[in-house]
Design a binder for this molecule. Structure first.
Ligand code: ADP
Ligand code: DP6
Ligand code: CO
Length: 345
């Protein structure tokens, strides 16, 4: 191996939004959840992460830049993902450039990683999901890893739980698994993006500010202090997951909306049941909920479902194009953006 070469790969991964939420771990290090969850992966043309990974004998250490700023890779989550991928790395050859990396070389070679989110980071729009899924996918490409998406999802899971669901499009289920080593805690695709093409997803950015309580610490506090979380994980989510899968298979929007809204509301109720309570939604979020509930009731059948992750931003899922157009008109009427900077309030 000469010293002058750099080998690079770039990947792009969309974010995903849970309609049955993951909130709570039974194992903090391996990132094993207390319940199954279901999400929808967004269109990669909109909210996504782009990550370039590069390897060169000239690199002295592993380094990473997120949105142009260098970040530390010393955290366990980055180390776990890097280790898991490196152990699966295989021989890579670029004949044209005369580069050959043997399996054993990967242990010594260092990586430079540059990642960019085209949407707010750490604001409750699942940047950790797109981010870690993209990181694992890009590294797997660079290192010629042969594992399939579900196996890669179990690695991405160790970066951020929600990331395991971003390796597939369409509707995706994260099966919590039973094993203590996490080997069966991975994502599977329920249906692909073509299955329910009528749906329109609109993200109403209420605030792009970084949240005060990260998902990781918020759910840790909920596990420690909320009895509602225990009830939710054991009694509510298992039944709700089955119903949600049925609603998705049958494209039954009325059931889908009812279940998604109820699950978002229960997740935020768990946050309120946490000591000290965590407030991810704000007044604008609450007004959006009231507004959608009223509209759905006045139509007799749901037109729009809402769901909020760990932040104030609304994810609105309209049943079809017509409902989406009406929704956008109404949002602009009731919540007019006053100026560009106002979006940041
Ligand atoms: P969010 O709601 O945006 O997922 P989290 O609190 O769950 O917020 O996670 C935010 C953290 O995820 C960031 O502080 C960073 O450590 C990590 N992260 C975000 N984007 C990326 C990325 N593109 N690549 C790697 N890690 C990322
Ligand atoms: C509310 O996956 O960000 O978005 O596993 O600690 O990185 P860590 O947490 P994260 O939590 C996501 C929580 C949620 C719901 C969901 O995506 O299912
Ligand atoms: Co996250």
């Amino acid at each position: 191996m000469g010293e002058k070469w750099v080998l690079m790969k770039t990947a792009q991964t969309p974010t995903n939004i849970a309609v049955i939420k993951y909130w709570g771990k039974r194992d903090e290090t391996l990132i094993l959840p207390v319940n199954d969850s279901i999400s929808v992966t967004l269109d990669p043309a909109h909210l996504c992460t782009t990550t370039t990974v590069a390897v060169s004998p000239a690199f002295q250490q592993d380094r990473m830049w997120l949105n142009g700023k260098e970040i530390s890779l010393s955290g366990g989550r980055y180390q776990n993902c890097l280790r898991e991928i490196r152990t699966r790395a295989r021989e890579v050859e670029d004949k044209e450039r005369g580069i050959k990396i043997e399996k054993k070389d990967w242990e010594k070679l260092h990586l430079h990683i540059a990642s960019y989110n085209n949407f707010p980071t750490a604001a409750g729009l699942a940047s950790s999901a797109a981010g870690f899924a993209c990181l694992v996918f890009a590294l797997a490409k660079l290192m010629n890893v042969s594992e399939d998406e579900s196996q890669l999802s179990a690695i991405a899971r160790q970066g951020s739980g929600s990331a395991c669901r971003s390796l597939f499009g369409g509707f995706v289920k994260w099966i919590m698994g039973k094993e203590d080593d996490g080997s069966d805690s991975l994502a599977v695709q329920l249906v692909d993006e073509k299955h329910w093409e009528d749906l329109f997803i609109i993200i109403a950015v209420v605030s792009s500010r970084q949240k005060e309580t990260s998902s990781t610490s918020g759910m840790r506090e909920s596990v420690e202090t909320s009895s509602l979380l225990q009830h939710r994980a054991k009694e509510v989510v298992p039944k709700r997951t089955i119903k949600m899968e049925e609603a998705i298979q049958n494209r039954d929007f009325a059931s889908f909306a009812k279940l998604a809204c109820a699950d978002s509301n229960q997740f935020h109720a768990v946050c309120l049941d946490t000591l000290p309570p965590i407030f991810y939604m704000n007044d604008t979020s609450h007004r959006i909920i009231s507004y959608v509930e009223k509209w759905n009731r006045s139509e007799g059948t749901p037109q729009v479902a809402y769901t909020f992750d760990a932040g104030p931003n609304a994810v609105l899922i309209a049943r079809d194009r017509k409902a989406a157009a009406q929704l956008i008109q109404r949002l602009l009427f009731y919540f007019p953006p006053k100026s560009d900077t106002d979006l940041d309030r």
